[in-house]
Design a protein around this ligand. Structure first.
Ligand SMILES: Nc1nc2c(c(=O)[nH]1)N[C@@H](CN(C=O)c1ccc(C(=O)N[C@@H](CCC(=O)O)C(=O)O)cc1)CN2
Length: 293
């Protein structure tokens, strides 16, 4: 079996085409949706991701505000930037690029973001609303990567109803929250969250109809642990320097051999990454629509 590729670039292009029309409709009413990012330090991967967010937002007609602070910035300096963006009417939604330097209290920063402008959907109020509300439509920002995983499957006509989903990794941007979305009534999947304390990962993986691999551990999902025909989404990233060339190489959580066993495969790169950026922009456009309703 060779897996059908879940193409995140194609799905994100479709989302961006839809957003372009929504942005144009807002602009006709005199509203220019504004996205902002806050980057603390100069991590090359974070710089790349932030750059992509601005380039793509501007391409669909949004206004973008880029705030950069040095790695030595204090908690108070980061919080002052947050307070400024909360008060800025040109900013409808923003993110603080993660990870933050170790001396910064990340939870305190995320909690300081105005929940209405929380473009990552990681504010405790927004996550709390997701916990409380399993039936009614959601009117709050949703975590971008989890939403991207689900959109990627649905836009490829993959029905998640009744499926056993195994998530690998309990990080804040994916693992912690994806179960909240997958177990909503309109999706109706069953979710197992595995992590470094899981006793026997392989046993869980072998039972999964869908695997979301977001541990950041190179090739943690191996072909022998994947049920034939399963859908596998590779989200984790490990960067290693090639000892021969000295160049940085990116590895996913999923071993390349999985393509021979899985029914569907979201590759890395080219899968969930582009969806994360598309759903971030969706969150900001929705915030602008809500603010102007
Ligand atoms: N505040 C946040 N920080 C981080 C998040 C997040 O959702 N919010 N997620 C990740 C990084 N991330 C977005 O910020 C992100 C990662 C990857 C991609 C992407 O499109 N990658 C490309 C490959 C790019 C390359 O390496 O050349 C792909 O997968 O095809 C976009 C966004 C951590 N931080």
């Amino acid at each position: 079996m060779t897996a059908t590729i879940l193409d995140g670039k194609a799905a994100s292009a479709a989302i961006k085409a839809e957003l372009t029309e929504r942005v144009a409709a807002l602009r006709e009413r005199g509203i220019v949706p504004g996205i902002a990012t806050v980057l603390v330090g100069a991590d090359p991967a974070s710089q790349l991701y932030v750059g992509m967010k601005h380039k793509q937002s501007e391409a669909i007609g949004m206004n973008s505000i880029q705030v950069e602070l040095p790695a030595e910035a204090t908690q108070e300096e980061v919080e002052a930037v947050i307070d400024g963006l909360n008060a800025d009417p040109a900013c409808h939604g923003y993110i603080v690029q993660l990870p933050l330097p170790k001396h910064i209290d990340t939870d305190a920063i995320l909690e300081r973001i105005d929940p209405a402008k929380d473009a990552d959907g990681l504010h405790p109020t927004n996550l709390g609303r997701l916990v409380l509300n399993v039936n009614a439509p959601i009117h709050t920002p949703l975590p971008c990567t989890p939403r991207g995983v689900i959109e990627l499957l649905l836009r490829n006509d993959y029905d998640l109803t009744g499926k056993e989903v195994v998530v690998v990794g309990r990080g804040v941007t994916i693992g912690r929250s994806i179960g909240l979305l997958l177990t909503r009534r309109e999706i109706n999947a069953t979710v197992t969250l595995t992590h470094t304390g899981t006793a026997d990962l392989a046993t869980h993986l072998r039972q999964a109809d869908v695997i979301v691999a977001a541990a950041g551990v190179k090739h943690i999902v191996r072909a022998e642990d994947v049920k034939p025909g399963a859908a596998v989404l590779d989200v984790g990233v490990t960067r290693e320097t090639d000892p021969e060339t000295g160049k940085s190489r990116v590895y996913g959580d999923v071993h390349p051999d999985v393509a021979e066993v899985a029914g569907f495969l979201s590759p890395n790169p080219g899968g969930v990454g582009p969806m994360t950026v598309a759903l971030l922009m969706t969150n900001v456009v929705e915030a602008a629509e809500r603010a102007s309703a």
